[in-house]
Design a protein around this ligand. Structure first.
Ligand code: NCD
Length: 325
């Protein structure tokens, strides 16, 4: 596990005293509200800098190993863009079948290899706990970019940053999560992060894809106000943030199981007539039919802006764990 204090592998010349220097980002449970304020402040600065100068040399000479064992468009390319906008560079391993993983190399060995060449490792892997395993073997910081149905902490951070930027606050909001709440890791991480705030959380899902009861109990114990329903109409008029997700087809046991739940909910302009004027529709993307394309023109559709907030958030996280923020 990388920690700044005990780590002889971290190079000199960096701000070793910076609070996030050398730390892993594995789960949202590691953050408190103060941490979030800090991350959002750095992300906000990143936004200003990108809008002002585009690219700058904060991480010049630093190398990111971007290791993806599962498909990705946004997470992978936004980490590349984040690193390059900060003047660093990237070793990209998208197709693990072309790497030594295909020869049977273990995750610990792959991680130990990459840290010989890179200063930080981003990993996405189909198994829950894989990022934590990687961090156990790595001396350099490891960032979890999704571990199976477990967590997706950087997505949750960018989601919350989006809410803060778009609506100006988090306390007092009603957030409705819709879709595949059983297998969707983004909602698991986001619900945990939201439990740090005074929000009301509605879960709307088909019976077969409802929020895991263990997670609901965990969050109730922290005093989070939660409710479950299968009907979006029941909660839409009170909703401030509608967080839509796709059915995680690749994690279902059969095609028939997918067909049974596919198309359960579709957001259309007509449906949004019943929603507040000041609300936002979010989606971690990719969408596969849950939000009609006609919704894209609605100013409440925040999912494309959400991707941009993701770039700034990931720039902030890279700068932080590399001791430059
Ligand atoms: C999500 C993921 O990979 O968990 N995508 C993303 O990172 N933006 C959501 C999904 O795949 O449905």
């Amino acid at each position: 596990m990388a920690t700044p204090a005990n780590n002889p592998h971290l190079p000199f010349g960096d701000q070793r005293s910076a609070p996030w220097y050398g730390r892993d980002i594995l789960t949202v449970s590691q953050f408190n509200r103060e941490d979030l304020e800090y991350i959002f402040a750095v992300a906000h600065e990143m936004r200003t800098m990108v809008e002002r100068v585009g690219t700058f040399d904060l991480l010049k000479g630093k190398i990111l190993a971007n290791l993806f064992y599962e498909p990705s468009t946004r997470t992978s390319s936004s980490f590349v863009a984040a690193m390059e906008r900060l003047g660093g560079s990237v070793i990209q391993i998208n197709e693990v079948r072309y790497s030594s993983v295909a020869k049977g190399e273990s995750l610990p060995d792959t991680v130990r290899t990459l840290e010989c060449y890179a200063d930080v490792i981003v990993i996405r892997h189909p198994e829950v706990g894989s990022a934590a395993t990687a961090a156990q073997y790595a001396h350099k910081p490891v960032i979890n970019a999704g571990d199976g149905i477990g967590e997706h902490p950087t997505q949750a951070l960018l989601d919350l940053f989006t809410v803060k930027q778009e609506l100006g606050r988090i306390d007092g909001l009603t957030v409705t999560m819709l879709g595949d709440l059983k297998f969707g890791r983004t909602v698991h991480s986001l619900a945990r992060l939201l439990s740090l705030f005074k929000v009301r959380l509605n879960y709307v899902a088909p019976e077969a894809l409802c929020m895991p009861s263990a997670l609901i109990s965990e969050l109730s114990a922290q005093g989070l106000d939660q409710s479950e329903s299968t009907r979006l109409e029941d909660v839409l008029p009170q909703t401030d943030v509608l967080y839509v997700t796709r059915v995680q087809k690749e994690r279902l046991e059969s095609e028939a199981a997918y067909e049974a739940v596919r198309g359960s909910y579709v957001i259309t302009p007509d449906l949004l007539k019943k929603a507040k004027e000041e609300m936002i529709v979010m989606h971690p993307l990719p969408r596969v039919g849950e939000i009609a394309m006609e919704v894209d023109q609605d100013p409440r559709a925040a999912y494309f802006r959400q991707m941009e907030y993701g770039l700034f958030t990931r720039m902030a996280l890279l700068a932080m764990v590399l001791g430059k923020a």
